[in-house]
Design a protein around this ligand. Sequence first.
Ligand SMILES: [Zn+2]
Length: 304
Amino acid sequence: MKTNRLLFACLAWLLFAPQVHAKLNVVATTADLAALAAAVGGDRVELTTLARPTEDPHFVEPKPSFIVKLNRADAVIEGGAELESAWLGPLLAGARNPKLAVNAPGRVVCNAGIQMLDVPAQRDRSQGHVHASGNPHYLMDPLNARLAARTIAAAFTKLEPASATVFQANLDTFTAALDARLAEWRKRLEPFAGRRVVAYHDSWAYFARRFGVRVDLFLEPKPGIPPSPAHLAAVAAQMKADNVRVIFQEPHLNRRTADTVARAAGGTVIEVTQFPGGLKGAGPGYLETMEHNLRALVSALEAK
Ligand SMILES: [Zn+2]
């Protein structure tokens, strides 16, 4: 009788105990990729982000702790297109994790299937130019973020098939929210079609294309090359001549430089970011961060 009761208790536990799922241990290189991974992975992933959201994604300071994190990871999510080429390779070599080897299921490269902009006919690394293989800031177009989220969901499903339905449901929720926001954002920017904006670094090529604005004057003479006073003076003169008033400023770039040019040209500096957590009050997710950028741009364009 006693044995029966014990057997019954065991059976009941097996039937009714909550299912325990293994969590995927995921490392994302930058905070925008981490936000997409969090949206798709939900509580089925344990996430670590390497770059701080206020750090230049091209020049992230490598730390020994990154190697430990990569060594223990089931997956690494990277932007690709050489965004992390200056710093991720040596960290992965040090981590010696076969799960993250090139073409392994745990190596998730998010620019796969994305149409890259500014791809030069010939690779151009002159003067340390950091967009030598094209512009890697493709997530600033929400439709590319949609594609990257899908890439991440496919990778998670391959790595943890038991959670496939959860990943799919999370992806569907994120995609539906993104589609709704995108339609609204495009409508808000419609009255400003063709307006020009200055940026310090060309993180905005995909954003500009999607939202119908032109971001074609840069404080940097080339991506990753610090500006000279002569170059800044030429940009300020161009802004005045063409009546361009708004300058995009990202947290990892020199605010004082942007302020100096704005003063000389009678322009306004607005704070925008690629990275969730990069600006106070911009919200923790990808959509909240884009909402902040859109709102900042629309109010600056309305004011000028
Ligand atoms: Zn760049």
